[in-house]
Design a protein around this ligand. Structure first.
Ligand code: SF4
Length: 373
């Protein structure tokens, strides 16, 4: 279908040194020198070149190399990918180019070279600075490896994000708090905090059903999120999205694209593409259409996603959406009454309670235009 230009590009690198106990992402543990990785990267390079020829990459403003563990595939393959990107689109400093990396595969050469090849934002999968928690999660690195990786990355990058995990069974408040404090001491510019979810088809799920792992506890997770919010805000971080904190100027533009209805192109196994025009939005993954939304459903989705962000949803967008969603104003007013959202400075914004009860908040908004989300 005729569609708006893609403005965000995601490349999926589905390889890791080992699988973590909680992971249900599309990735595989594989030897670093496997020809499978070479073939995959060659295919990815061809796909990037093809999309460039088709004129699909001319408006890309953000790039994200995610996984899996992109840093695991090594410098020569990453160089090939980044060089291909530089030939295929405008890879200038104003284009945010993020790459995910895990501490055990970060070294000085990698940092120096990916920076020189155009990566300007590094997202490190740290999860915790507590070695017992890291062992429980099945991570391939220690807390010391994570510290070393951050310090090493800071030689070139000022835009460094780390992921931390909250509400892990057996993770004390003290352990979680000291991980956040350690991140602050190290001076990273962005922190994402995810509560652990135990997904089926993971070792954690097997442990859970055998009674060897306690289930996650919503109250503990909410408490950890509150600890993080307090500490990070005291240190000048803004919680700009339910799980994302940034120092001023360091919000992730690529992730913001996902939350603000910006069309994105995903290349590689399991990478989602979102394509849209005025009346239709589709998401496509591995050649299959996974979502096909009409105009009313698009507005409901945009408002739902906007409620993940502290900026919320502008009056202007609500006014436009209300033409397609007749019960929108009534629903927003009811959500205000129940304390899930508030209206201030010409926008409807989630409250702390709205974020804590996210499923209820997001569900009610999506219900305004029922469909296959
Ligand atoms: S490093 Fe990330 S993608 Fe790889 S197995 Fe662990 S959680 Fe999954």
């Amino acid at each position: 279908m005729p569609h708006e230009p893609y403005r965000a590009l995601y490349l999926h690198i589905p390889f890791c040194v080992k699988r973590c106990n909680y992971c249900d992402f599309a990735t595989q543990a594989i030897e670093a020198d496997s020809p499978v990785i070479d073939e995959y990267i060659e295919q990815l390079v061809l796909q990037i070149r093809q999309k460039a020829k088709e004129g699909e990459l001319g408006h890309i403003e953000t790039i994200y190399l995610g996984g899996g563990t992109p840093s695991y595939i090594g410098l020569s393959r990453l160089s090939m990918l980044l060089y291909t990107l530089s030939l295929s689109l405008r890879l200038e400093p104003d284009v945010e180019c993020s790459m995910e990396a895990n501490p055990e595969s970060v070294n000085e050469h990698l940092i120096r070279d990916i920076w020189a090849l155009g990566v300007n934002r590094l997202s490190l999968g740290v999860q915790s600075f507590d070695d017992d928690i890291l062992a429980l999660l099945g991570r391939a690195h220690s807390a010391q490896d994570a510290e070393r990786a951050i310090i090493c990355a800071q030689e070139r990058f000022d835009n460094i994000s780390i992921d931390l995990m909250a509400g892990i069974p057996g993770q004390s408040d003290e352990s979680f708090k000291s991980s956040v404090e350690r991140a602050l001491d190290l001076g990273v510019s962005h922190i994402s905090i995810y509560p652990l979810t135990i997904e089926q088809n993971t070792p954690f799920y097997q442990q859970l059903i055998r009674g060897k792992l306690a289930d996650t506890d919503d109250d503990v997770q909410a408490h950890h999120m509150q600890i993080a919010e307090r500490l990070l805000q005291e240190h000048g971080f803004e919680r700009y999205e339910v799980a994302s904190y940034a120092k001023p100027g360091y919000a992730c533009k690529h992730n913001c694209a996902y939350w603000t209805g910006v069309p994105y192109l995903g290349l590689g196994v399991s990478a989602a593409t979102m394509t849209q025009n005025d009346s239709r939005r589709m998401r496509i993954q591995d050649g299959q259409v996974t979502d096909d939304l009409n105009r009313a459903q698009m507005f409901a989705e945009d408002i739902m996603l906007g409620m993940r962000m502290s900026a919320g949803v502008s009056d202007g967008l609500v006014e436009q959406a209300a033409r397609e969603l007749p019960k929108l104003t009534e629903t927003l007013t009811s959500l205000v009454r129940r304390g899930f959202i508030e209206h201030s400075n010409s926008a409807w914004k989630p409250t702390e309670m709205g974020w804590l009860c996210g499923n209820e908040l997001y569900g009610e908004i999506l219900d305004l235009a029922p469909g296959d989300f």
